[in-house]
Design a binder for this molecule. Structure first.
Ligand code: BES
Ligand code: MG
Ligand code: ZN
Length: 485
């Protein structure tokens, strides 16, 4: 893994120096020699480089190289993280480099903030999922081992950076889980993987088939029953504030390790992406991992429902009626609307069993939210305006953007059934909103709750990104910021 070193010693030398350049300002870095500044000014003028956000200029001078990165104006923490990630793609074929960090004119961020954000971005940008290539192309394989940050106050920055390194570790962990194919990452394998996190001081309980039946996880079991893969539910506890016996927050995640749609089977095209229908669960588990690594002084409980949704002779049929753990009955009209079924029992369980009073669930729940928000924002549904606003702010801060969507009793009529308490899909359009009001039926009075529908933001594809198609782990940074605020 890429090593990041903060140091204020001038003597760190590297053949590759990186400098941050403000937009439309005269280039003059106090950390470069007069000659280097001159060379950079001339090359920038020749190439029309003016420090625009995200632009990169590489200047070769003999054995040495200067990489100028454009830092734009009003550049935020998250922008600097993106700059860091871009920088990785420029540096990945060398062994080491030094980033010279100083105050950037007209930018309100301090050098230490610039340094830790860029370093965080470098760590995230270095992520690869290449374990299944039997022959790696040497030219594609990163050789970058170390990046120094030459910056004032390096000792303190190194200390503070532990928080970000922990978060980067958690994001990478979530991405690994999401990118793993469903023949390897079955519910049992996923649960075993989660159990291994106990070494961090997390308390982890795995519920198997017997326990799930005893506790009446009937909706969750109805999703799983068509698959030969046994379901699991994992309950993960982080007690960072042992003096308090209450939970500050509960996180609930959808962990459908593969969503074929079941008997209401999906079309073939794009179905392979449904291996990532467990992103919500991965984000919840990774969030708890981050809290443990950061020794966060909060009590957070996570619960994830791990199932595979398959068609078979034992699968749930459209029209079946199932009694949920809460006692409410559901007429399952479409077996592809399975995420809300898995979540409903998990939501009920965490309130009933653990007395959760504040809950955030996260799920790749509906294609409809992607239609509405274009894969840019995730949908946020909440019964509490403070929670709603705090999550929106956390989204803006971390670049994992949320858009507030409607939630209310008005939607209940859309999910009325003629012969049971509710249906799992509506005849009306706007499935994301109908799904959220379905979930609200499993939230007790007085419980503060938000539902994040992350379908459409859980992965990037080739047309959107120069990096490979793969998981974004959307939600890990957002929830970490929210919890630590
Ligand atoms: N897992 C899907 C939602 C999804 C879609 C996630 C695209 C990621 C990307 C969910 O279980 C589903 O299949 N929803 C159906 C609901 C429909 C049957 C009402 C959908 O959106 O098509
Ligand atoms: Mg589905
Ligand atoms: Zn699904």
């Amino acid at each position: 893994m890429l090593e990041i070193i903060f140091d204020e010693q001038k003597k760190i030398t590297s053949t590759v120096k990186v400098v941050c350049i403000a937009e439309n300002k005269r280039i003059n870095s106090s950390k470069l020699s007069k000659e280097d500044n001159l060379l950079l000014q001339q090359t920038a003028a020749l190439n029309g480089f003016c420090g625009k956000l995200g632009s990169i200029l590489e200047v070769n001078c003999g054995k040495n190289k200067i990489v100028a990165v454009g830092c734009g104006t009003k550049t935020s923490d998250h922008d600097f993280q993106i700059i860091g990630a871009k920088l990785f793609n420029v540096l990945y074929k060398i062994e080491q480099a030094v980033v010279l960090v100083e105050k950037i004119s007209a930018n309100k961020l301090l050098p230490e903030e610039i340094a830790h954000n860029m370093a965080f971005g470098l760590l995230l940008g270095s992520y690869r999922f290449d374990k299944y290539f039997t022959q790696k192309k040497a030219e594609e394989y990163p050789t970058l081992e170390r990046v120094y940050f030459n910056v004032q106050g390096a000792k303190q920055i190194s200390e503070n950076f532990k928080h970000y390194a922990a978060l980067a570790n958690a994001v990478r962990y979530a991405k690994d889980l999401c990118n793993e194919p469903a023949n390897y990452l079955t519910p049992i394998v996923f649960a075993d993987d989660i159990k291994r996190l106990e070494y961090l001081g997390l308390d982890i309980e795995i519920l198997g088939l017997k326990e799930l039946r005893e506790h009446n996880f009937n909706l969750l079991l109805s999703v799983s029953q068509g698959s030969i893969q046994e379901p699991r539910v994992a309950v993960i506890k982080w007690k960072g504030n042992p003096d308090n016996d209450k939970w500050d927050l509960a996180l609930v995640g959808k962990g459908v390790t593969f969503d074929s749609g079941g008997i209401s089977i999906k079309p073939a095209s794009g179905m392979e992406d449904m291996k990532q229908d467990m992103t919500g669960a991965a984000v919840v588990v990774a969030s708890l991992k981050a809290l443990a690594l950061q020794c966060a002084p909060k009590n957070v409980i996570g619960i994830v429902g791990l199932v595979e949704n398959m068609p078979s002779g034992s699968a749930t049929r459209p029209g079946d009626i199932v009694t949920s753990m809460s006692g409410q009955t559901v007429e399952i009209i479409n077996t592809d609307a399975e995420g809300r079924l898995v979540l409903a029992d998990c939501l009920w369980f965490v309130q009933q069993q653990y007395g959760a009073k504040k809950i955030i669930d996260i799920a790749t729940l509906t294609g409809s939210i992607e239609v509405a928000l274009g894969g840019v924002y995730a949908g946020l549904f909440s019964n509490n305006s403070k929670l709603n606003n705090d999550l929106i702010s956390a989204g803006q801060k971390t670049g994992e953007l949320l858009w507030s969507m409607p939630l209310g009793k008005e939607y209940n009529k859309n999910i009325k059934s003629n012969i049971a308490d509710m249906v799992n899909i509506s005849k009306r359009r706007g499935d994301a909103c109908n799904a959220a009001s379905f979930l609200q039926k499993y939230i007790k009075d007085g419980v503060v709750w938000a539902h994040l529908d992350t379908a459409g933001v859980e992965m990037v594809n080739n047309s959107q990104s120069s990096t490979l198609k793969g998981a974004t782990a959307f939600g890990v940074r957002l929830l970490n910021y929210f919890i630590n605020e």
